[in-house]
Design a binder for this molecule. Structure first.
Ligand SMILES: [Zn+2]
Length: 335
């Protein structure tokens, strides 16, 4: 069946229903853009970290309208933003939302999920590691419950006592594929890299890649978590290149039409931090001294530098220390 254009629904006026009335209105309209010539849409967040000024709108999300229904990728950083995304989908198509795929379980990508859970029958799909997000044994700096407590303060009123973490209903470990109408969605596990549960979604036949936070542009990426593995992250960036996408929608920042352009910033930044901290570990320099003596150059002027860079450097310092110890152990292993 052809995808007929539909007029925006009258019911699109805020709010939709009793539950939606509890959501605080956005600070600004959610702007939806379209991949040229494709039934693929996206919203781009602001640079920097979630704050009252940006209403928590710092991450990107998107959706694909197929003949058989809609596939959504990520749900933005507050229930209000998630509901706004759903309203925009319903203004573009009357086809049901069938699948909501999460790039990874971090607050800025999943707090919109509850709107999709409450308003649609969609499957919620993520990597199996996402199930650990709220587990009692998860001591990661981005663990679900402590982060939610922090965001209820930092992002009130949009994140509040009624904000809840919705876990996936369908998970996979290595790779998965969704077929919908003439579309194919290849889900590729790329973690642990930025988080434990990173995945990318490659949309065929258009060759559009939703890269999640493996690709970030225009701000210092967040790497200050124990789950971060920068070697896997660099491998994930190479995977982006090997897929040869025609259009890339990153987890943060601007889109790109070529892999080289898309991965350049993240790739260069991770390598820069690894080189600086690698030298410090090799010379037995303490972290504080190494951090102070590093010339952070143009990165100092970028959004999220103040919030993320020192923590990023510290995590990479620990990671390279561990890599060095592991290499030392390997040389002691009897041949
Ligand atoms: Zn993110």
């Amino acid at each position: 069946m052809a995808c007929a254009a539909v007029a925006p629904l009258a019911a699109a006026a805020w709010p939709w229903n009793a539950r939606a009335q509890a959501y605080s209105p956005l600070v600004e309209d959610l702007v939806i853009q379209q991949v040229p010539g494709a039934p693929i849409y996206f919203a781009l967040g602001h640079p920097g970290v979630p704050s009252a000024a940006n209403g928590g709108h710092t991450s990107n999300a998107g959706f694909v309208v197929t003949d058989a229904g809609v596939v959504v990728f990520d749900t933005l950083g507050t229930p209000s933003l998630g509901l706004a995304l759903l309203r925009k989908i319903r203004a573009i198509t009357d086809k049901p939302v069938k699948h909501v795929v999460l790039s990874h379980y971090h607050a800025d990508h999943i707090y919109g999920l509850q709107a999709f859970r409450d308003e649609t029958d969609a499957n919620i799909v993520a990597h199996a590691k996402a199930l650990d997000y709220t587990a009692a044994g998860n001591t990661d700096d981005e663990a679900g419950e402590p982060r939610l407590a922090q965001r209820r303060e930092a992002l009130a009123p949009w994140v509040n006592a009624d904000t809840r973490i919705v876990l996936p209903g369908i998970v996979f470990r290595v790779a998965a594929e969704i077929r919908m109408g003439a579309h194919q969605f290849q889900l590729v596990y790329a973690g642990p890299a930025h988080s434990m549960s990173d995945l990318m979604m490659f949309v065929l036949p258009e060759r559009v890649l939703f890269a999640g936070d493996i690709v970030q542009n225009g701000r210092i990426p967040f790497m200050a978590s124990a789950a971060v593995n920068t070697l896997n992250w660099l491998a994930g960036l190479q995977e982006v290149a090997s897929l040869q996408p025609a259009f890339i929608i990153p987890g943060h920042g601007k889109t790109a039409t070529g892999a080289a352009e898309a991965i350049s910033f993240t790739n260069t930044y991770i390598r820069f931090v690894r080189r600086a901290m690698g030298e410090a570990v090799a010379q037995w320099t303490e972290f504080d001294a190494a951090y102070k003596s590093t010339d952070w150059g143009p990165y100092k002027e970028m959004p999220a530098f103040g919030a993320s860079n020192r923590g990023n450097a510290y995590r990479v310092f620990l990671e390279i220390e561990a890599e060095t110890l592991a290499a030392g152990d390997a040389t002691k292993t009897p041949q």
